[in-house]
Design a protein around this ligand. Structure first.
Ligand code: TXA
Ligand code: MG
Length: 336
């Protein structure tokens, strides 16, 4: 159900959950000060309580009221360069200031300032909003209003400002950057490093320019991952996906085994009953914008099996680190 700015403010203030559009994916929002609404989010999404939420703020000063000084190096440069935008920062906080459900009891919390202007204007009025992606846990994230309504029903209030929304969208979630202390902080400084918790719409190359060192990816095999979300199933359609990283995707005998093929509009594939186009392989931005919509279309068409084209030449991948986001999401979507 579409609602206006004013109605969204009122409903959020009355402990309701409201879906909000952002420049990455739709979020399912509640005010940080409304524990009842925060519980509702976990319930509606069927989200494990161990998976903490991102706090969406409208300005930098809202961030600093929660943080535990001293601040990590390059924090201010990261904020100045990437906010508002698709970068989430996980930082040590004053625990008593943030509901433990939001943090999943961790001594840190995740923050970002979203770029989509009407949503920022909403947060300016309500104060900080927690918002996980607006999808049932395990399903692909929602990039369109109809995706939110499909997962949560027509009755869910969705903030729908009357301005063009999709033009500047990334189509995938924010990149998560996590500060890890390597030694107890002194009163004047913190020793440690920045780690990637989740690949996303902000390119790692751009982040490395700001923090002036190569970023480390958190080990995915660890029992206690840096980003709790990575422990759970993600982005998965009902169909089973088979990934092809080589030319076999162009073989008619291979393709005939599947109900469908997911590939790029600028390539020639063997004939198949269902071809789902991610857009041209020459534009990873375009591909990422389409990705979740295509994964969700598989379910709509009751597809049971699909081959996915992941045959991207090494030099093209290296040219743009956003290709790693494509591989990350497809591998997770294929994992049962
Ligand atoms: O683009 C996005 O980030 C979207 C839009 C709506 O802002 N939100 C989103 O939220 O993707 P969600 O809940 O689907 O993913 C948040 C991720 C989870 O993997 C969670 O584990 C991680 O952030 N996270 C949150 N707080 C954390 C913390 N304190 N430490 C480590 N990871 C944290
Ligand atoms: Mg999510």
């Amino acid at each position: 159900m579409k609602i206006s700015h004013q109605e969204a403010v009122e409903r959020l203030s009355h402990s309701e959950v409201v879906a909000i559009p952002t420049e990455t994916v739709w979020g399912l929002a509640a005010m940080v000060s409304k524990p009842e609404a925060i519980n509702k989010i976990f319930h509606l999404k069927n989200r494990p309580l161990k998976n903490p939420l991102i706090i969406h703020i409208a300005s930098q000063k809202e961030l600093y009221q929660f943080l535990k000084p001293p601040y990590p190096p390059f924090l201010q440069s990261l904020i100045d360069t990437f906010w508002p935008g698709p970068l989430t920062l996980v930082l040590p906080v004053q625990e008593e200031k943030i509901d433990s459900r939001i943090r999943a009891n961790l001594p840190t919390a995740a923050f970002r300032i979203p770029k989509f202007e009407p949503t920022r204007a909403l947060i300016e009025e309500t104060g900080p909003l927690v918002a996980p992606s607006a999808n049932i846990s395990g399903k692909p994230s929602a990039t369109l209003l109809e995706h939110v309504e499909r997962d949560f029903g027509q009755e869910l209030p969705c903030f729908f400002p009357e301005v063009a929304y999709n033009a500047d969208n990334h189509g995938v979630e924010s990149t998560i950057l996590i500060w890890i202390d390597s030694a107890p902080p002194t009163s004047s400084s913190r020793n440690g490093s920045w780690h990637i918790g989740r690949l996303g719409a902000t390119s790692t190359k751009e982040l490395e320019k700001v923090i002036q060192t190569p970023l480390q990816k958190a080990p995915t095999t660890s029992k206690k991952p840096l980003c709790p979300g990575s422990m759970f199933r993600h982005y998965a359609p009902e169909a089973s996906l088979t990934i092809y990283e080589n030319n076999e995707i162009f073989s008619p005998t291979t393709i005939s085994q599947f109900d469908a093929l997911i590939g790029f509009s600028d390539r020639d594939y063997p004939k198949t009953a269902h071809f789902f186009s991610l857009g041209p392989s020459s534009s990873i931005q375009e591909v990422l914008k389409n990705l979740y919509r295509i994964l969700r279309l598989l379910d709509k068409h009751h597809i049971r099996s699909a081959a996915v084209d992941c045959s991207i030449l090494k030099n093209i991948q290296e040219n743009d680190p956003l290709w790693q986001v494509y591989f990350d999401r497809i591998h997770k979507a294929a994992h049962k």
